[in-house]
Design a protein around this ligand. Structure first.
Ligand code: ZN
Length: 138
């Protein structure tokens, strides 16, 4: 598993906590922030954005991932996710993040007590489906 220094983990965790403060979650009241560390050291964040048409709601992780791609970054060093309880990403977000690398540390930040736990995306999405499973064209 690729490793992040304690300093990087802390930087990423704090960015996720900060992004969580901007979540738009008037329906579930479950606010989530995510922060992704780029290879150049830049951090790109996202928060969950809910909608009155519930099915349109977006998770923080996918928002951050889309913002990272839009900013031109496709190789990431790690992701931090902050929430009450420090919950892991949902299945859709695990798949979405895996597109950009399964060997990536995931830092879960519990807003209640500040606890951080680190796992690897490959542990959260075993036997995953990914780009290499598609037939090669041409
Ligand atoms: Zn999700």
């Amino acid at each position: 598993m690729s490793k992040l220094s304690d300093r990087r983990i802390e930087q990423l965790a704090l960015a996720a906590v900060d992004a969580c403060g901007r979540a738009y979650a008037p329906y579930s009241k479950f606010e989530v922030g995510a922060a992704i560390l780029m290879h150049d050291g830049q951090v790109i964040v996202g928060c969950n954005v809910e909608n009155a048409s519930y099915g349109l709601s977006l998770c923080a992780e996918r928002n951050a991932a889309a913002a990272a791609v839009a900013a031109g970054h496709r190789k990431w060093r790690g992701v931090a996710i902050a929430s009450i309880g420090g919950v892991p990403p949902c299945g859709a977000c695990r798949q979405f993040l895996a597109e950009f690398g399964l060997d990536m540390p995931i830092i879960l930040v519990n807003l209640i007590d500040g606890a951080r736990s680190v796992c690897n995306l490959s542990e959260l999405l075993p036997s995953s489906f990914g780009p290499d499973d598609l037939p090669k064209s041409g």
